[in-house]
Design a protein around this ligand. Structure first.
Ligand SMILES: [Ca+2]
Ligand SMILES: [Ca+2]
Length: 336
């Protein structure tokens, strides 16, 4: 709870200077406005405790992790030293280490989703699904089970490890399309929109990206913009698709830590909403989202997951949107 309180205070700190500097319109966008929406308030769905899952601090009732077959997956709960034991339930997985606040196990050999439920002494629960990946070594001629992946660049950009080819991919049969990977995001939102009739698709979505999207979504709602998720126009892109649409060779979308997003709730029409309230959907609406995404990218607690924020205007193919990623270093572009 201490961690959560600090986080909420940090977001509030961000809000106050913005309201003070920019006048009446922004000053109206307070937490109170967000709570007063008549058709149901935003529910952050935080668990009430934090668990460290493979070095990532997870505060949500539902989240996910990635592991290769045989990889050791570690969970540790952030609890007071004198706290009664938390309960861990990893289903059929054989647990190899277990303490009062921690769990570790070897990821099963068979790729797929393996939910692990943690229950606090107070009865709060967190379910973290470990997706065991299909190792990249199983890609043959650029394909997995007939699904086109393509080829990753031979040499990483500037020698950075984050641009090495991924070690594996999430296998997504149709029934996993709506699988909840966090309180407000489903697995299928991140799949490449590359067409094809293969029932089983493969993708990569990094937990740190979804953590940042959840933080941004909560912040957007705190600013009085109601949204239950973001519309993910583009999440993961296979190198095959990335090349087909003529995108840059080293686009972060191919590593599963980038998303092109907009708010799409009122109306839900696969187009950005009028989030700045001027009666029109314009690039300025992406600008508003960009500014909020930049605030979140600047949060000290997310420093390891800093990354790109880019603003885009509408074309004949899409409306205004914002790119966010967690490449590890800040990058900014497109602010109009
Ligand atoms: Ca809309
Ligand atoms: Ca507008």
């Amino acid at each position: 709870m201490r961690v959560l309180t600090a986080c909420a205070a940090l977001l509030a700190c961000l809000l106050v200077p913005a309201a003070a500097q920019t006048g009446a319109e922004i000053a109206l966008r307070t937490n109170t406005d967000a709570e007063n929406v008549t058709d149901g308030a935003f529910v952050p769905a935080r668990a009430g405790f934090t668990a460290t899952v493979q070095d990532l601090e997870v505060p949500y009732e539902r989240f996910f992790a990635l592991a290769l077959p045989g990889e050791v997956v570690e969970f540790e709960v952030q609890a007071r030293p004198d706290s009664p034991a938390f309960a861990f339930d990893a289903g059929s997985i054989e647990e190899v280490i277990e303490g009062p606040q921690s769990l570790a196990f070897e990821a099963p050999a068979t790729p797929g989703p393996y939910p692990v439920t943690i229950t606090s002494p107070e009865g709060e629960t967190m379910t973290v699904t470990v997706f065991v990946l299909v190792p990249a070594s199983q890609v043959e001629d650029g394909e997995l089970e007939g699904y086109r992946i393509g080829a990753y660049p031979d040499t990483p950009l500037r020698g950075l490890d984050s641009y090495l080819p991924p070690e594996g991919f999430i296998r997504m049969p149709p029934e996993l399309h709506d699988y909840e990977i966090s309180p407000h995001f489903r697995l299928g939102q991140f799949v490449t929109k590359q067409g094809g009739s293969e029932p089983v698709k493969f993708l990569l979505v990094r937990p740190e990206l979804v953590l940042k999207l959840e933080q941004l979504l909560a912040y957007v709602n705190e600013q009085g913009i109601r949204a239950d998720s973001f519309y993910v126009m583009s999440g993961y892109r296979t190198p095959y698709y990335n090349e087909a649409i003529g995108n840059v060779e080293y686009s972060r979308h191919q590593w599963g830590d980038a998303a092109d997003i907009y708010v799409d709730r009122a109306p839900q029409d696969q187009n950005m909403d009028d989030i700045d309230g001027d009666g029109q959907v314009l690039r300025k609406d992406a600008g508003r989202l960009y500014d909020l995404a930049e605030d979140v990218d600047n949060l000290t607690e997310l420093r390891r997951y800093r990354g790109g924020v880019g603003e885009y205007g509408a074309t004949s193919a899409h409306g205004p949107f914002v790119h966010v990623d967690t490449r590890g270093t800040p990058a900014r572009w497109g602010r109009n």
